[in-house]
Design a protein around this ligand. Structure first.
Ligand SMILES: [Zn+2]
Length: 237
């Protein structure tokens, strides 16, 4: 599931691109050309896409993509449901839409800076998204925790002898454990981001071999390759 936040950084970081709000709607432009536009509630993302190819795109995933409204069919444009896209896919669509609006040499320069593939920096995007989700989970958990604490104050219960008090104490320790897990995960994500910056992301810390793409996709914070992770000794993640 993607959100506006997953792609918004592209709107202001891609060369020649900038973001604008038009009657409350966020749009990305190159010059006067809009290449990405979000719905007012930010659940939908419209983006530039070659009109000869869009019927095939919509047919391939009708729950994710749809044709623009009748009056806009003449434009190279497709609408999508952000919730049905993953963050990396959403970023790739934004970059491809941007490519339609910039000179070939600008697009080629982008590719030179992103040798890993045609899309944006995949691990970075994944980690940024996971970081935001984990922060949101922490915020939820601290609300839960406040609620549990408030409940324990309301019941005015004696933890040792009142069964309700014991339940509250148990709930409190459970929420605390979840908070601890989320904080640890946040630290793992931040460490992985540092590895991206340092250029060591994707290299096993135990054997120095590359970590498989499938493993990194499933678990971008992994520090070791699958075979080292299975060994009884050594660090793992
Ligand atoms: Zn290894």
């Amino acid at each position: 599931m993607a959100t506006v936040e997953d792609v918004r950084w592209l709107g202001s970081s891609l060369e020649r691109s900038y973001e604008v709000f038009v009657r409350g709607r966020l749009k990305f432009r190159v010059g006067s050309i809009v290449y990405v536009a979000f719905s007012l509630d930010e659940t939908e993302m419209g983006f530039g896409f070659p009109k000869e190819e869009r019927a095939a795109l919509v047919a391939s995933a009708p729950d994710t993509f749809r044709l623009p409204r009748e009056s806009e069919m003449r434009f190279n444009w497709v609408e999508s449901s952000l919730a049905a896209l993953d963050p990396v896919e959403a970023c790739e669509l934004v970059v491809d839409a941007w490519r339609l609006c910039v000179p070939k040499k600008v697009s080629a320069a982008y590719d030179l800076r992103h040798p890993g593939g045609p899309g944006p920096d995949r691990p970075r995007v994944r980690l940024e998204a996971e970081h935001r989700q984990t922060l949101a989970r922490l915020a939820d958990l601290s609300q839960d925790f406040d609620a549990v604490v408030a409940a324990s104050r309301d019941t005015n219960a004696d933890d040792e002898h009142d069964p309700e008090g014991a339940t509250i104490a148990f709930e409190r320790s459970q929420v605390q454990a979840l908070v601890r897990q989320a904080r640890e995960h946040l630290a793992e994500i931040e460490a992985a981001m540092e590895r991206v910056d340092a250029g060591t992301f994707g290299t096993c810390e135990d054997c120095g071999q590359p970590i498989g793409a499938g493993r990194l996709d499933a678990r971008p914070v992994a520090r070791t390759c699958i075979s080292c992770a299975g060994k009884p000794r050594g660090r793992r993640s």
